[in-house]
Design a protein. Structure first.
Length: 512
């Protein structure tokens, strides 16, 4: 895939996450690569020849799912595709966000650009034009079981492609045809198989999964920063992060977190002081401190595995049937199951468990800091406990969010419910598995914000001792939005403010 100054060119083979984020989040322009259009024309010709021959092929001149045995006449194949789109528009619930919708459009265009779907280039060019003009179909978030892909969500996308449905354009919700007219985009006239190719695919769950991975990566980095500050607030020992220990059990994620902690707290006066603290009789730190590399590292490794699965999906053909062009120009149209969402459903479960884990250990460090039985700090991090409650209820909020994430982490990929007259008798639930991730990530973001606030308060209570120079940058970022708590005040605004700083990437940028 090449990237010109004006547009990212789609060819179906090497779309990257960075390009996906550029289009979904920053409005980068896209176009169809010339060679990809040639491949698409070749596969389209195979479909056209089959229709002209009168031979039977699933989804081209037959019904769908349980109705696959119903033969459709050549005069009805175009209407069949329109009916398919309309009948599958059964989504409910809140619409997906603009960013999620843009990711879906891009991913569907890229999958079709691979040239294995029998779709004419003009259909992908229309999807590209919608992205470039900012025509965003209103796609309900619920209604997919992730079996033949994300049928209902993609149907609501396809409905706007043909000039129906609803779309957001320049801040207005409009009929799909009107949105296209204002953007000067002609609706697509569906040919044989094209409706099915627009609907059959995993791009709904893949879009949500890809965006969740970006957020999760940033929070994993931020969690290392928060843990480093907490370690100082609790006068923890750096010995457990010795590189020799990491090498003895050589997980990449654990080594990375250990390096981050060592880097952030380099030169910490607090770390030196704890060795001579007369009141500190601890021989080893609690696991939430000592095992931070092992737990955060397992999260990192799990996210890496999920990312590898999603990377395959970025450039995969996931509709059915697929069209394979032979060297002689003829081709084969073969039915299979690439639309099944099981790989992504399992990746989504993996991310959910990782997110719940990261929130769980962060909440335990918050408890360590606020509980006078487990720290050498004043009770609940307030200079005058009793009269003031300090961070008592901030810890309760973190506990509530951590517990909620544990329930949300319940696996979706092991669930199944038969659909389509028992034709689709084992489904993935990948879309619902991916859809819950953003809520979990928001919960985690708030937990980490609370940990950052608690850790900085703890460091203040150890003054004049100072944390390490790099950790001090994180401390300053917190204190730039939230002053030290001397007397009780509502902390909800502070939590939101630090959550916004986390979202800006300030803390994640402090680690390698």
């Amino acid at each position: 895939m090449t990237q010109s100054p004006s547009a990212i060119e789609l060819n179906g083979n090497d779309l990257t996450f960075d390009q996906l984020y550029a289009v979904a989040l920053r409005g980068a322009k896209v176009s169809l690569f010339r060679v990809a259009a040639e491949r698409m024309n070749a596969s389209r010709a195979v479909v056209d020849r089959l229709v002209a021959s009168g031979k039977t092929a699933y989804g081209i001149n037959t019904g769908f799912g349980k109705l696959a045995s119903v033969r459709i006449s050549s005069e009805q194949v175009r209407q069949l595709q329109v009916n398919l789109v309309r009948s599958h528009c059964c989504g409910v619930g809140e619409p997906l966000s603009k960013e999620e919708t843009r990711a879906i459009i891009l991913l569907r265009a890229n999958a079709l650009a691979k040239g294995l779907s029998g779709v004419k280039p003009a259909t992908v060019e229309t999807l590209c034009a919608m992205l470039n003009a900012g025509v965003h179909p209103m796609i309900p978030s619920q209604g997919s079981v992730g079996a033949s892909g994300d049928l209902a969500p993609l149907a609501h996308l396809a409905q706007v492609v043909i000039g129906e449905g609803q779309a957001e354009f320049r801040g207005e919700i409009l009929p799909g045809g009107e949105a296209l007219r204002r953007a000067q985009i002609a609706p697509v006239q569906l040919e044989a198989k094209e409706g099915l190719s627009l609907l059959n695919g995993t791009q709904g769950m893949l879009a949500l999964l890809s965006l969740a991975l970006r957020h999760a990566d940033a929070l994993a980095d931020t969690a290392d920063v928060a843990a480093a500050l907490s370690l100082d607030a609790l006068r923890g020992s750096p010995g457990a992060f010795d590189s020799r220990i990491m090498h003895a059990r050589a997980y990449a994620g654990a080594s990375r977190t250990a390096r981050n902690l060592a880097h952030l707290n380099q030169g910490s006066e607090i770390r030196e002081s704890h060795r001579a603290a007369e009141k500190d009789t601890r021989v080893q730190d609690a696991y939430s401190l000592r095992c931070t590399p092992q737990v955060h590292g397992a999260v990192r490794d799990s996210l890496s595995q999920a990312r590898a699965m999603a990377q395959v999906e970025l450039n995969s053909a996931t509709d059915n049937p697929l069209v394979f062009v032979r060297e002689d120009g003829e081709g084969d149209i073969i039915s299979g199951g690439n639309f099944h969402g099981q790989p992504l459903a399992m990746a989504a479960d993996q991310i959910a468990i990782a997110v719940a884990t990261l929130g769980g250990i962060a909440e335990r460090r918050i408890e360590q800091m606020t509980n006078p039985l487990t720290s050498l700090l004043p009770a609940f991090l307030t200079p005058e406990p009793g009269l003031n409650s300090g961070f008592m209820i901030a810890q309760v909020t973190a506990a509530a969010l951590a517990s909620e994430n544990k329930t949300l982490a319940t696996p979706h990929s092991v669930d199944s419910i038969s659909t389509s007259g028992n034709q689709e008798d084992y489904v993935s639930m990948g879309m619902s598995g991916a859809r819950r991730l953003e809520k979990m990530l928001r919960n985690l973001q708030h937990i980490i914000a609370i940990e950052l606030l608690c850790a900085c308060q703890g460091i203040d209570l150890l003054a004049p001792l100072q944390t390490g120079s790099f950790a001090k940058q994180a401390y300053d970022a917190v204190r730039g939005k939230s002053r030290k708590v001397i007397e009780d005040r509502p902390l909800a605004l502070d939590i939101d403010a630090i959550s916004a700083v986390i979202e800006s990437g300030v803390f994640a940028n402090l680690v390698h």
